[in-house]
Design a protein around this ligand. Sequence first.
Ligand code: AMP
Length: 470
Amino acid sequence: MSFSSLGLSAPILKALYEEGYENPTPIQSKAIPVILQKKDVLAGAQTGTGKTAGFTLPLLELLNRAKKTEAKPHVRALILTPTRELAAQVEQSVDTYGKYLSLKSTVIFGGVGINPQIATLKKGVDILVATPGRLLDHVGQKTVDLSKVEFLILDEADRMLDMGFINDIKKVLSILPKKRQNLLFSATFSDEIKALADSLLNSPVLLEVARRNETGGGIDQALYILDKEKKRELLAHLIEDGKWTQVLVFTRTKHGANKLSEFLAGRGITSAAIHGNKSQGARTKALADFKEGSVRVLVATDIAARGIDIDLLPHVVNFELPNISEDYVHRIGRTGRAGNEGSAISLVCGEELEYLNGIQRLIKKEIKQIFLEGFTSKQVYVAPEKPNKSKGKTQSRDQKIRAERDARNGAHSGKQNASKDGQAKKPDNRDKRPWEKDKKSESTNRDEKGKSYPKTQKKNSQTSKRNYEK
Ligand code: AMP
């Protein structure tokens, strides 16, 4: 199948050609024709499958087809993403694929000055990519007009719910015109996502390229069971022995990320940490250095790494397992993207075995255990029940964690953010997230601020070498 057979017009095909995309990925082949038929879509697509182009290309096509009636553009398409990094990347894609069209786009997110955003919005844009918090700030200040939105896209909707954005999303929905096309993309499907889909989508077409909660096929997964104290040494050993040149390492806490990064640097392994306590400049630099190869290891917490698209990233290491099983799927999805091979290694100590059980039940797969003399336990790990005989235990444990988070998240409720006339008022904690407010939450929740990134995620030229199902 070719892009031209999907109904995309010449200026878009030209941009794709220049990007080196020869064939659509499976999600693109499925989504593009359906979206062009103006249907609502509920798409289950892993990160790295090419989902961004899957919704961006038909969106550009539809917007370009409809004649503009006003001289100054107005927001016709709204794309919401959970993180600033992802927002920046999505807008970069809109920019790249739409470079031969006369559509205007911009991205707005928190952590950076609001005034330049106000100035850009004032000039008028057709496509607005935003994180929910900052979008509501603009709504509250009446610096954005969403009254003519024709398309709403929720990207990585599961992450948005995980990050406590449900009330923000509802608020945005309440101010959008009723008649519009809705696209909901999510890597995983929890009951909350299904409920959101029910309330948002009209007779949606369901698209799935990877089975529910299934980890990407091109990813070789393995785990080492060992004492907590030996993890750092094993990681350094794996990097040095395997001559790994680019590895993304996940820790659960910001402090842990800093300490590990310092340890690796002390061992002569170039490393940088990326998390919500780092300044935006430091985060941008760390990511850029990592992408271009001058930093070998990027140690990240979940929120900081979410949505980051690093072309051909070969290795992901879970230095600590995430306590929400679905985060495992997201983390390892950083590698093995767009049909490439990748390896995902987990370092698991005794107290994390419960998390491991949950993860294996979720992915319905036993992760292979590797033994390494001098590092790992000799004990063979046996899952308490076969992963594929899951009776939804994972979900209930994860649901419990979410419920605790939501309880803490009371300050984020629609009530507090709404004024009498139903307009959003500016909350003073807009850029804070639940896990920042309650120190106790660090053990069961994320530890991030979700600091922002400017638009720096230029695609690496290797992307253009990729090819899909000829
Ligand atoms: P995504 O899942 O949207 O984050 O995309 C993952 C990566 O695949 C990005 O780096 C895209 O640039 C790349 N990509 C998307 N579609 C194609 C395609 N049809 N051919 C080659 N690369 C692609």
